[in-house]
Design a protein around this ligand. Structure first.
Ligand code: PGA
Length: 244
C-alpha cells in the first residue's frame, strides 16, 4: 500500500483530487467509483474547483457510488444521491445519465445489487475508486462480521456506524439500519483504489490497518492489503498512532 501523509485535511483533499485529476485527464471516458461521508467532501470541492478554474472535463465520465441507505429516496437530504448532487454532480459537467448511486427504494436490494455489479462491468469496470474508512474498519457499508459479501446487495449497519452517522440526522433513531452496499469483491475489482482518512477519530483504525499485516473480516479495510494498487491518503492526525 502506498501511503501519503499530509499536514492537514485540506492537503489530504488536494492530494486525493490530484490523483483523480490525473486519471480523468488521461482518459476522458473514465469510470470512477465514488464515496460519501464527511471525509471526501474536500476532495470533491477541489475537483469542482479544477472543473471551474482548470477546465477539468467531466462530460464523458461515468460514476458509480459505493452505497445508499435503504428507504431514503433521492430527494431526502440524507440520501447519498442527494449528497453527491450537492457536493459534486450539480457543480461539474457530469452527464446525469452516467452518474449512478444505488437506489435505496428498490424493492429487491439483492437482485438490484446484482444488476448494479453488471452495470459496472458493462461500463468497463471501475478505473479508480475513492474510499473512506469507518472507525470500525468498514469500507462502503461492509461492516465487520464473520463473513463479508462479495457482490453488491443488502447489508445491515452496525450500532457503531449508526452512532457515527447519527450526526447527519435529527436523532439516532432516524438513521436507517440497512443499506445497499457494493460488496468487497465489487470494490476489489477497481484497478486503482484511493482510501482517505482524516482526524484523530481514525487514528486507531489506521494503526490496525497498517500494522497487523493480516486480513480479517472483522476489519474489512484490511482486504485492501491484498490489492495491487491502493494509495492511503491521510492527514497527520489519522496517522498519529502508526509506529507507537
Ligand atoms: P466519514 O465516513 O468520512 O464520515 O468519517 C467514512 C466511512 O464511514 O466510510
Amino acid at each position: 500500500m502506498k501511503i501519503i501523509v499530509t499536514d492537514s485535511y485540506d492537503e489530504m483533499s488536494k492530494a486525493a483530487a490530484e490523483i483523480f485529476e490525473k486519471e480523468i485527464r488521461q482518459d476522458s471516458k473514465i469510470v470512477l467509483g465514488l464515496a460519501t461521508g464527511s471525509t471526501p467532501i474536500g476532495t470533491y470541492e477541489e475537483l469542482v474547483r479544477k472543473y471551474k478554474e482548470e477546465k477539468l472535463d467531466f462530460s464523458g465520465v461515468t460514476t458509480f457510488n459505493l452505497d445508499e441507505y435503504v428507504g431514503l429516496d433521492v430527494k431526502d437530504p440524507n440520501s447519498y444521491r442527494f449528497f453527491m448532487e450537492e457536493h459534486l454532480f450539480n457543480h461539474v459537467n457530469t452527464n446525469n445519465e452516467n452518474t449512478h448511486v444505488p437506489d435505496g427504494m428498490t424493492v429487491n436490494p439483492d437482485e438490484y445489487g446484482e444488476k448494479y455489479d453488471k452495470m459496472i462491468e458493462a461500463a468497463g469496470g471501475i478505473r479508480i475508486q475513492l474510499l473512506g474508512i469507518g472507525s470500525n474498519g468498514h469500507i462502503a457499508f461492509n461492516e465487520p462480521d464473520e463473513e463479508l459479501p462479495v457482490g453488491t446487495g443488502l447489508v445491515n449497519l452496525t450500532i457503531q456506524t449508526i452512532e457515527d452517522n447519527a450526526r447527519f440526522f435529527k436523532s439516532k433513531e432516524q438513521v436507517p439500519t440497512q443499506a445497499i452496499s457494493m460488496g468487497m469483491g465489487s470494490i476489489m475489482k477497481a484497478k486503482k483504489i484511493v482510501i482517505l482518512a482524516s482526524g484523530e477519530g481514525k487514528a486507531e483504525i489506521i494503526k490496525k490497518l497498517l500494522e497487523r499485516g493480516k486480513v480479517s473480516t472483522r476489519i474489512p479495510a484490511t482486504f485492501l492489503l491484498l490489492h495491487p494498487d491502493v494509495t492511503l491518503v491521510c492527514d497527520r492526525k489519522a496517522y498519529s498512532l502508526v509506529g507507537r
